[in-house]
Design a protein around this ligand. Structure first.
Ligand code: C2E
Ligand code: MG
Ligand code: MG
Ligand code: MG
Length: 286
């Protein structure tokens, strides 16, 4: 009986693996066409100034409106996009779309003239030839002030081969854009790279914001350490993933000046965020 079950298990496992491989191939084929078919969308999440609560800008976050599976977040397709290299063309499209959108808001929304936009870059994009040329072209075609644009990279992206990226990042900074280290504190990197790289902002990972407001004293210590590191190096800090009033109170008490999270707004399509921005600006001023 055990043997029969064993054999069954093997069969089930094989089927599951086959199914998984087929699904991956399907997804890959569909992702190849998603851009051309207009299935990718950019959602925007506001980034707020603390303690005023004024909107400083937005972060652009890509979504895939899949014809069958519905709206997919990056966890469902970005790994595949990265491993196939599709992330390079997707990333270019996100950059164009987000900069154009935010420039429209800057010129048309009451109180929107100072809005900033943050766009995430993947490892492949940073390693691709002429990222600087691409960013320059997109800045030009959108007409947005480069100082209003922040490019976000995780530690693993900037650290992959520090020596190579110093050049690229220095070129990007020379265009006038800001550079942020995303998910800060979750990588394995030594901190010495921060001194060598021309970054100007650290985004404190959501996993550390999580325990603020009393539930985890270690998270508080980590955020305090990041703040003191940032201040020593002259870097700005943004807290990610703020969900509760208790977390917000503690961030304000610690002196954090910038945050984003579900507490204020989840990432949504431009058509939904536009009116929200107007309404919010009427209440908090700018
Ligand atoms: P990220 O850049 O760290 O973006 C923040 C993520 O946290 C987003 O997930 C956002 O929806 C989520 N988030 C924001 N506030 C809260 C909160 O209060 N609670 C919780 N639980 N989550 C919150 P999302 O949109 O699923 O994106 C995941 C990651 O995918 C991003 O992390 C970024 O690394 C990557 N990504 C997104 N868009 C792009 C893109 O256009 N290009 C590249 N290369 N990567 C992207
Ligand atoms: Mg980000
Ligand atoms: Mg992050
Ligand atoms: Mg992330």
């Amino acid at each position: 009986q055990a043997k029969a079950r064993g054999r069954n298990c093997v069969v089930v496992f094989d089927d599951a693996m086959h199914h998984q491989a087929t699904e991956r191939l399907d997804t890959e084929l569909q992702l190849r066409h998603a851009l051309g078919r207009g299935e990718l969308v950019v959602h925007y999440q506001p980034v707020l100034e603390l303690p005023s609560g004024r909107v400083a800008g937005v972060e652009a976050l890509v979504r895939w409106q899949h014809p069958v599976r519905g709206l997919l977040t990056p966890s469902a397709f970005m790994e595949l996009a990265e491993s196939t290299g599709l992330v390079v063309s997707i990333g270019e499209w996100v950059l164009e779309t987000a900069l154009a959108q935010v420039q429209r808001w800057r010129t048309s929304l009451p109180g929107g003239a100072e809005l900033t936009v943050a766009v995430n870059l993947s490892a492949r994009q940073v390693a691709a030839p002429d990222l600087t040329g691409l960013v320059r072209r997109v800045l030009d075609s959108s007409g947005i002030d480069p100082a209003a644009v922040h490019l976000e990279m995780t530690e693993s992206v900037v650290m992959n081969d520090g020596a190579v990226y110093v050049d690229v990042l220095t070129e990007l900074r020379a265009l006038g854009v800001g550079l942020s280290v995303d998910d800060f504190g979750t990588g394995y990197s030594s901190l010495s790279y921060l001194k060598r790289l021309p970054v100007d902002t650290l985004k404190v990972d959501r996993s550390f914001v999580d325990g603020l407001g009393g539930s985890d004293p270690h998270d508080r210590s980590i955020v305090v350490a990041v703040l003191s590191l940032a201040s020593a190096l002259g870097l700005q800090v943004v807290a990610e993933g703020v969900e509760t009033d208790a977390q917000l109170r503690e961030l304000v008490a610690l002196g954090v000046r910038s945050a984003q999270g579900y507490l204020w707004k989840r990432p949504v399509a431009a058509a939904e965020l536009g009116p929200w921005l107007v309404e919010r600006t009427q209440r908090t001023g700018r």
